[in-house]
Design a protein around this ligand. Sequence first.
Ligand SMILES: N[C@@H](CCC(=O)N[C@@H](CS)C(=O)NCC(=O)O)C(=O)O
Length: 220
Amino acid sequence: MSRSATKGFSMTPQLELYGDRTGNCLRAAIALEEAELPYVARHVDLNARAHLGEAFLSLNPLGKVPVLVDRTGTAPLVLTQSNAIMTYAAQLAPGKLTPVSDERAKARCDERFFYFVTDVISPSMDAFLLHAYGMGAAAAPLSQRAAAMMQAAETFLDDDRFMSGAQFGLADIAAYTIARALQNHIDWRAAPRLSIWMAQMAERPGIRRGLAAFDQPDTP
Ligand SMILES: N[C@@H](CCC(=O)N[C@@H](CS)C(=O)NCC(=O)O)C(=O)O
């Protein structure tokens, strides 16, 4: 909904998501898309160091993406953590990304969401940083661990159609982008349910739009 949704804004957009084509940013964009919230995506080109420019640092002094700005209140709300942006999207669109009426179903969705965030995405991010610091040998076991934890999520699909439970949700978004990143490390023949789930996720319009959110050349 990102670019076409600009038509829905008379002047300053109410929700703006700043980011680039990284896992953290794409998860935030997919959450906004799947929640069907109108927003404008602003491309911050990390390669061009746009995140270190004065304009962007005034939004997030840490110089990191994603950043969500919500101007619907009396003062703008600025969120600089991908997971906070995702849970905020769930809050703004009750029932779209987390179950609302069934406490146990909500707990199951949270449990799975935190599994992917802490047990898969986190070691994978650490491996990425070790690579960036020239410590590729130290990174390898962390990448393998992340892939093994991703593959273990096959069991989440034994009884449920989605990673989040009976309905699509935050855990599916967290799982999908990291599963794509780790796809060459996963033994897909040993994970038939995961394979089917991946194919289904790839067909979701909200996921497709979220993945393309930062394809425009905009800069803040
Ligand atoms: N904990 C933050 C991490 C944000 C983060 O590290 N963003 C990366 C891109 S995914 C970034 O902006 N890197 C640029 C830099 O560190 O210079 C989140 O989940 O949003």
